[in-house]
Design a protein around this ligand. Structure first.
Ligand SMILES: [Zn+2]
Length: 383
């Protein structure tokens, strides 16, 4: 499991590319697609990362729950059948806001999750629906088309039958995504190194595209086996992952210190996709946040609104992460298009949605434009 599987691209791996990142970090691109135009609309993921940052919007299930098309709890995207046009529009909104990637909404469309809600028979068509919608948007917009694997919730290192089932889940989801022609894979929100290695193994065995593997780190700053994220990422890189890092669960302030440790521990590109919530040293994950206005009850998942990061906080996160040499950036559960736009702008970009970024100079009371009447601006102090 630990060795990089032999693939047809092995010869290319000798053509190692080194790129200086800010902070003096050197990056070894994994030997897949660094120069090849593997994406239908331009350079592939690794080539784009060599040129600069790549933004990947995530957290679709949280946004669809807020919009009223998905139930919190199981978080299975049944909306793929009920309202595919809503999923398509969400993808479009996030690209409009600056995402470079359209990720198939196959998060929690694996057989274990569908078993929990009694919809196993929909496994194949639901995966294919998610892939078809994302591919349509990706090819229309020139964004990368990513396949998605995620936490299975059944992985148990002491239970061989659970491991076989996890392997089956990953293998079949990789297979459907390969048939759909994904440009690369994301395996995300995984808390066990062992499970992450199984996801990577499935991608390496059944696909020939890059693999981005991101851990979800809960309250303890360790994987479920007890490894530091830096050590776990180092082992993932050694096993052949192209990009490693952390997504979900932690907000910017409690994710960044761990990300910097990962950056120092690996040679490959690093990913950071926090949730947009104000997590703290005492409550470092969004599942651990408690709300003092609600009797210190757990805020997750539908009471997190008071903790949402501002656009400026996400902008600051983008600046700091990129300055630390992190090139694969995004925002996970809780992110809205405004967060993705703020992230894009932190990297000096001007996505289409930036046409409507705030301009208070024309505000009725706070404006500085000469067309704003003095009777209004004088009243500022009383607002
Ligand atoms: Zn998430």
């Amino acid at each position: 499991m630990a060795a990089r599987p032999k693939t047809k691209t092995k010869a290319k791996a000798k053509k190692t590319t080194r790129t200086g990142l800010r902070g003096g970090t050197s990056v070894r691109a994994g030997g897949r697609d660094t120069s090849a135009k593997t994406a239908a609309n331009g350079p592939g993921l690794l080539a784009r990362l060599e040129q600069g940052p790549v933004i990947c919007a995530e957290g679709y299930v949280f946004e669809l729950e807020r919009r009223g098309y998905l139930q919190a709890g199981a978080f299975v995207p049944e909306v793929l059948f009920d309202h595919p046009e809503v999923v398509e529009q969400l993808h479009m909104d996030l690209v409009h806001a600056g995402s470079d990637v359209t990720e198939a909404l196959t998060y929690y469309v694996h057989r274990e999750k569908l078993r929990v809600i009694g919809r196993e028979k929909d496994l194949v068509p639901m995966n294919r629906a998610a892939l078809a919608i994302a591919k349509k948007v990706a090819r229309r917009t020139g964004t990368l088309f990513a396949g998605d694997l995620c936490n299975t919730n059944i992985y148990d290192p002491a239970d061989k039958s659970s491991i076989r089932e996890v392997e089956r889940i990953f293998a079949e989801q990789v297979g459907w995504a390969v048939e759909a022609g994904v440009d690369y894979f994301v395996a995300e929100t995984i808390a066990w190194l062992g499970e992450a290695l199984l996801a990577l193994e499935a991608i390496r065995k059944h696909a020939k595209v890059p693999a981005v593997i991101t851990f979800a780190i809960h309250r303890e700053p360790l994987t479920r086996e007890g490894l530091t994220p830096a050590e776990a990422c180092r082992r993932l890189e050694a096993a052949g992952a192209d990009v490693v890092g952390i997504n979900c669960h932690r907000g910017p302030s409690t994710m960044l210190p761990l990300i910097k440790e990962i950056r120092a521990a690996v040679n490959c590109h690093v990913a950071a996709l926090p949730v947009p919530y104000r997590t703290t040293a005492e409550q470092p994950s969004f599942m651990s946040l408690t709300d003092p206005y609600r009797g210190d009850g757990r805020a997750f998942p539908v009471g997190l609104d008071p903790f949402v990061c501002t656009r400026q906080e996400i902008f600051d996160f983008g600046r700091e992460a990129y300055g630390a040499g992190i090139r694969y950036l995004g925002v996970c559960c809780g992110a809205g298009p405004h967060h993705i736009r703020a992230l894009a702008e932190s990297l000096g970009r001007h996505p289409p949605a930036s046409r409507f970024s705030a301009d208070m100079s024309r505000h009725a009371f706070f404006g500085t434009d000469r067309k704003i009447r003095k009777i209004q601006t004088d009243y500022q102090v009383k607002l």
